[in-house]
Ligand binder design. Structure first.
Ligand code: PLP
Length: 390
């Protein structure tokens, strides 16, 4: 079998052609391809706006800034995510805390969330924003979180880095029906790629304007917004501190090409997931639970095994798969247990479901270069490994 990683990009001739066309055009950085991508992405998601940028990390930063997250703020997120979901709050000098997950869905547990909100209200400090992660592409319980956001007065940012093409109760993730802003990643391992890239969708022109300005040094050239009535053709003004978070037209042209195959991309990922699920049913392994009202984008295919109970280790599983050149992975080491977050006072045992999930979870290969045959071999190897179970 061909060696495989947990995630791989798929680049077809049409993608290469689109990128070459851009290389031969007048624009390499933010230009017509970027604008086209923003329009297509917001159409796909059903949002008013999309602001492209150079990574989901910068997208998360722009989203926090647009909501006014700053030194007095408190942001909550899931401990089971990539560190970027928490780091964006730290960029804004905000306080950060976590909400435990539901071990079956790997997403924020809305019962824990409600309990933590009630406790925090009694203590007199509620979060300003919650960053909701759609783990592996499976939507979190957005409606419930949106209800809580109204009751407790916090903003909602969806970290949909895994979830481009996912749906929740019939609405596309990114529509912001249940949130203020939604962030996507176009890193090479994600659902579609720009090489490196990200975007934020929203329905508020104020948020869009703030993010566009922060994306490019805090500068505006919009005549209507200038403080001076200077009309010299080169004139621009910097109104706030900003960054260079722009997406390149080279990356956008790759996304534009890949976005056209998104529906078949998601269908294929769901087929692979069904095949794994079928082969692993009746086994010691459990697959990530997707809410019955949702369609997962399946960026990841996450399995769990109670290694301790079976007197096996995850390292043994990884070594077993290395022999057939299959690179498994783990998503994720709980963020609060990273040395940086421990140095802020977080400790073992604070988010027990997340920690137990981490002990059990691993990710099987999930990408468009997988054949059914490969999926069947990988599932078969897992079942072989399970024979070692006590
Ligand atoms: C990949 C990822 C990010 C960061 O994406 P980049 O585009 O690499 O900056 C943020 N959050 C989650 C959940 C991710 O998986």
């Amino acid at each position: 079998m061909k060696p495989t990683r947990y995630a791989e990009q798929q680049i077809l001739d049409e993608d290469i052609k689109n990128v070459i066309d851009t290389l031969q055009s007048d624009y390499l950085t933010q230009g017509p391809q970027t604008l086209k991508f923003e329009k297509s992405l917001s159409e796909f998601c059903g949002s008013e706006f999309a602001v492209s940028c150079n990574s989901a990390t910068s997208a998360l930063h722009l989203a926090c800034l647009a909501l006014g997250i700053g030194p007095q703020s408190l942001v909550w997120t899931s401990p089971i995510s990539f560190v970027a979901s928490a780091n964006c709050a730290v960029y804004c000098q905000s306080d950060i805390d976590f909400v435990d997950i539901d071990i079956n869905t790997a997403n924020i547990d809305t019962t824990s969330l409600k309990a933590k909100l009630e406790l925090s209200r009694r203590k007199g400090r509620l979060p300003n924003a919650i960053i909701v992660v759609h783990m592996g592409g499976a939507p979190a319980d957005l409606e419930k979180i949106s209800e809580l956001s109204k009751e407790f007065g916090f903003k909602v940012i969806e970290d949909a880095s895994h979830a481009l093409g996912a749906t929740y109760k019939g609405s596309t993730v990114g529509s912001c029906k249940y949130s203020d802003l939604t962030v996507f990643s176009f890193h090479a391992v994600k659902i579609i790629t720009a090489g490196e890239g990200g975007a934020v969708t929203c329905n508020s022109p104020e948020l869009q304007q703030k993010m566009e300005r922060a994306r490019s040094h805090g500068i505006t050239r919009d005549r209507a917004l200038l403080l001076s009535d200077n009309n010299e053709p080169w004139y621009y003004e910097q109104h706030s501190i900003g960054f260079n978070y722009r997406m390149s037209d080279i990356g956008a042209s790759l996304c534009n090409s890949q976005l056209q195959r998104l529906d078949t991309n998601i269908q294929r990922r769901n087929q692979i997931a069904s095949l794994y699920t079928e082969k692993l049913s009746q086994s010691v392994f459990s697959c990530q639970k997707v809410l019955s009202n949702s369609l997962s984008a399946f960026h990841l295919f996450i399995c769990q095994l109670d290694f301790a109970k079976k007197q096996l280790t995850k390292k043994q599983l990884f070594e077993h798969f290395q022999k057939i050149k299959v690179n498994l992975n783990v998503h994720y080491i709980p963020i609060h247990l990273q040395p940086f977050y421990r140095s802020k006072g977080f400790k073992d045992g604070q988010f027990p479901q997340a920690e137990e999930y981490y002990a059990r979870a691993f990710s099987l290969p999930m990408h468009l270069n997988l054949t059914d045959e490969m999926v069947i071999i990988i599932a078969g190897e897992l079942l072989n490994f399970a024979k070692k179970c006590k």
